[in-house]
Design a protein around this ligand. Structure first.
Ligand code: FAD
Length: 430
């Protein structure tokens, strides 16, 4: 019988355990690759990520010999319907562990089961599946360093290749083509989509990986891999990267960053509520977002490194990690706005927008998250700029009017707001 491969965050052709499993299952009856555009997720992404997903779907279709079937609608209706149309006995997926994805899949597994179709989960978007690493007493890790040590010791399987697959066919939804084209038109300029482009980027980065540890904090240098948008939709599997990263001390820093991605997915798996609620509430009051929040969003705070970051985000859908930390610190500690407001804005704009990495990154900066990120660590946007963008190249790139009358004065006094943050913290719970 034919099998369905329902693709979600695994839009690639190589190193794909669920594809391999579907292929072994269906054999000559063929595998039908299916993507469902879920209106809930589509609407929760801003124009940049919608464009990025659309471009990635087109590239995936080419990699799947133009056989990718794309349907529009609630997956709990669409997937069983396609299974019926095709007469499939099994729907293969990569296991999803985000709160929304896990709930959806449980619902769909039940619906399919009623129709005697099985949902088969193989692999995850991570080197080590969320939930698999635990400490000596069988509990999940709450702090990064011991997690990453256990994660490395756990190890991961080698990449799984499947060369020739026989495809089954079905029609895509007639509305899809126009929808994807529109999304691409409305997006800002995006990186080249697809697995080949991602691999090319990775191999270029490998040539410079030895400098990564020293330069990764410098937004003025193009020193990071910029693979996050590809990892977001599983265009590359982290296992592929881990298999190819050189085993040197210098390259090891890169492995550590991939471990952060895995850690946050694990934290979210164990604490689904931490997506939108404080993992460790501080018990302090926050201010409602007002016009200063709008200035932050638009990159008009009068603090160049903050404004450059927000403009890079608004114009390209990506922001350098160091600047994500600085802009998030500014919103939470200089403007005293609760982190979910900022996290939501980032998720809307980022092409790599990922609920686990984004929302826990925000919680880390806000001091409500994992690790002992002390609340009194308040980034000073001026000294951060001097340290990590010493010639001001990054800020000049994003703020052409810098140094002219057109550029706004600082909207707050950093020293006074820092003291205000510390005051709130000292009086927490009162
Ligand atoms: P590289 O430096 O080349 O790192 C390699 C890979 O490691 C990245 O692609 C990413 O998958 C992973 N990684 C690196 N740093 C982190 C980190 N701190 N946490 C988790 N994974 C990491 N990352 C996202 O993928 N999506 C998000 O929505 C996201 N939102 C963030 C929000 C805030 C407030 C902060 C502080 C960080 C956020 N990050 C997010 C993490 C990090 O900023 C990006 O992963 C990184 O900037 C992507 O660029 P890169 O691929 O060049 O990274």
């Amino acid at each position: 019988q034919p099998a369905i491969l329902w693709l979600r965050r695994d839009l690639r052709r190589h190193d794909h355990p669920a594809l391999l499993k579907a292929h072994e299952d269906a054999g000559s009856a063929g595998v039908l690759p299916l993507f469902v555009i879920d209106p809930v997720l589509w609407k929760s992404a801003g124009p940049a990520r919608r464009g990025w997903l659309a471009a990635t779907l087109k590239a995936t279709n080419s990699a799947y010999a133009d056989r990718l079937v794309i349907r529009l609608g609630d997956p709990s209706v669409v997937v069983p319907k396609v299974a019926r149309e095709l007469g499939a006995a099994r729907v293969h997926v990569t296991r999803e562990t985000t709160p929304y994805g896990a709930r959806r899949d449980a619902r769909i597994a039940a619906a399919l089961n009623d129709a005697e179709v099985e949902l088969v989960e193989t692999g995850t978007p991570y080197a080590v599946g969320p939930g698999l690493i635990s400490n000596g007493s069988g509990k999940p890790y709450k702090v990064f360093t011991p997690f990453s040590k256990a994660w490395r010791e756990h190890g991961w399987p080698a990449p799984a290749q499947v060369d020739r697959v026989r495809w089954a066919t079905a029609d895509s939804d007639g509305r899809v083509d126009a929808m994807l084209d529109k999304a691409i038109r409305e997006a800002p300029e995006l990186p080249p989509a697809g697995e080949d482009a991602a691999m090319q980027r990775w191999h270029e980065f490998l040539e410079d990986i030895a400098d990564y540890g020293d330069d990764r904090d410098r937004p003025d240098r193009d020193a990071t891999s910029r693979l996050s948008p590809y990892l977001k939709y599983g265009v590359l599997h982290p296992r592929t990267l881990l298999a190819e990263a050189p085993k040197s001390k210098r390259a090891d820093r890169y492995v550590t960053e991939l471990a952060w991605r895995e850690f946050y997915a694990d934290v979210l798996h164990h604490n689904p509520k931490s997506a939108w609620h404080d993992l460790n509430p501080l018990g302090i009051p926050y201010d409602e977002p007002d016009e200063t929040f709008e200035a932050w969003k638009d990159g008009r705070t009068g603090f160049p490194i903050v404004d450059a970051g927000m403009r890079q985000l608004n114009e390209t859908g990506w922001m350098h990690n160091r600047v994500r930390m600085i802009t998030a610190s500014f919103l939470t500690k200089d403007l005293h706005v609760w982190w979910p407001h900022g996290a939501r804005y980032f998720l809307d704009r980022l092409i790599d927008g990922d609920i686990a990495s984004n929302n826990h990154g925000w919680q880390w900066v806000a001091g409500t998250g994992t690790d002992a990120a002390p609340y009194f660590r308040v980034f000073n946007p001026t000294t951060q700029g001097e340290k990590f963008d010493p010639q001001g190249e990054y800020v000049k790139r994003w703020i052409p009017e810098l140094g002219t009358d057109e550029y706004p004065d600082p909207i707050v006094d950093h020293k006074a707001e820092r003291e205000e943050t510390l005051r709130r913290y000292e009086h927490r719970g009162h």
